[in-house]
Design a protein around this ligand. Structure first.
Ligand code: ADP
Length: 394
């Protein structure tokens, strides 16, 4: 039974809808492919957290969604975690755990914490309490030590923490009843997953240090594979472990959202055709939707700058593209300054990736080869993790 007792909240049964969607997706896999499936993995939204019964796996509480802030727990978190640690944000998994722990009616004895991907994978393999070190980063797991730190283990709620494996590690075979009901082989493996954005990075197959993926969606996010780990809370920069390397990155508030505010997608295509990408635009903007920037400049008071607007929309768009490219270049320079591997090649994902003129502008401004990533779907990255698990298990 689901116990949805959080007060004054909408009654959307998230866990039920995720579970139903998972099984609908299994049914969507063509039958002939199901019997050929060697391995399965799943990515989920980072910091989307479930507290479940440690015997039945049923949610004890409505899931905490990724962007939900539990700032009531922030003073406690700040008092136990190292300064500027990733968990020191109201939406971190650790804040969610402590906020739940502090509720009077929480069932503390028989509870376990899982992330969205962990819980969905559990429905398939049936072994409760397993996570991966990408999802577990925001609850405080130390991917370098490959262990929970002592400041966390000494807390009473540490008993709820799941065990942690590398993403793409086999957990076990698919549950017999599910395997036979849906037609998956008995020896089909279920492997640990990762977060959505890491899965999307993996999809681009940027497997060498120095390879990067820029996501030009509503916002601008950059991710770079590095041999060194870097952290700087001022810029929201932290590193996820990927085997023996580190995935470093940052997200700016600039990006496609501001383009959509000014131009329709059709106008973007038509105006872009007239841009000469070889020429540098003299216009110097800082396109933001609202006040405030975090990366590559940490300035909560930074004002949007889109003036002067020339008469020609082609020149205006050229200036915006060029300015966003400069912010992207500054982002990669900052990662380098903070100690990351030098970027060598950039793959692009998101709505802006298809714009060839913008790609050419970015190549010139970044001084690097830039291309459109062949695969950008997070699901493709999760499938690569499943492949890794199957290969390790051979
Ligand atoms: P998200 O998933 O972050 O909402 P998408 O990856 O779907 O975003 O990308 C949408 C963005 O892509 C929009 O903000 C839009 O301005 C931008 N976009 C769409 N078409 C083009 C184009 N031809 N050139 C540049 N940007 C584009």
């Amino acid at each position: 039974m689901f116990l949805l007792s959080r007060k004054n909240e909408e009654t959307m049964d998230w866990a039920r809808s995720w579970k139903d969607t998972l099984f609908l997706l299994l049914e969507d896999v063509p039958y002939y492919l199901r019997e050929l499936t060697a391995s399965i993995s799943i990515d989920g939204t980072s910091a989307t957290t479930l507290i479940v019964n440690s015997t039945t796996g049923e949610p004890l509480w409505k899931p905490f969604l990724y962007n939900e802030s539990c700032s009531d727990a922030l003073p406690t978190v700040k008092s136990i975690a190292p300064e500027n640690h990733t968990v020191c944000s109201g939406s971190s998994t650790l804040c969610k755990l402590i906020s739940w722990w502090n509720q009077e009616d929480s069932d503390k004895k028989s509870a376990i914490l899982l992330h969205q991907a962990d819980w969905l994978l559990w429905l398939l393999h049936g072994k409760l309490g397993v996570s991966d070190y990408n999802n577990a980063l925001k609850v405080g797991y130390d991917p370098e030590l490959d262990a929970y730190p002592s400041w966390l283990l000494s807390q009473p709620y540490s008993q709820l923490l799941p065990s942690v494996k590398a993403p793409g590690t086999s957990i076990g075979h698919i549950k017999e009843d599910i395997g036979s009901q849906y037609g998956f082989p008995k020896d089909c493996l279920v492997c640990t997953g990762t977060t959505d954005s890491i899965a999307a990075f993996l999809a681009a197959r940027a497997t060498q240090p120095g390879k990067a993926v820029t996501s030009l969606g509503s916002t601008l996010a950059i991710k770079l594979l590095s041999t060194t780990r870097i952290e700087d809370a001022r810029f929201g920069v932290y590193s996820h472990r990927l085997d023996d390397k580190w995935l470093v990155g940052g997200a700016s508030n600039t990006g496609g959202a501001i383009l959509r505010q000014i131009f329709t997608d059709e106008q973007l295509v038509a105006l872009s055709e007239k841009i000469n990408p070889v020429e540098a635009s003299p216009l110097d903007y800082y396109p933001l939707q609202t006040v405030g920037e975090r990366f590559p400049v940490a300035d909560p008071k930074m004002a949007p700058r889109l003036q002067p607007r020339p008469e020609s929309d082609v020149e205006f768009l050229h200036g915006i593209f060029e300015s966003i490219a400069r912010i992207e270049a500054k982002g990669y320079s900052l990662l380098k300054e903070l100690g990351a591997t030098q970027v060598e090649e950039v793959f692009t994902a998101g709505g802006g990736a298809k714009n060839e003129k913008w790609t050419k502008i970015r190549e010139r401004v970044l001084g690097l080869p830039v291309s459109c990533a062949t695969q950008t779907e997070a699901a493709y990255g999760a499938a690569l993790l499943a492949l890794k698990g199957a290969q390790q298990n051979k």
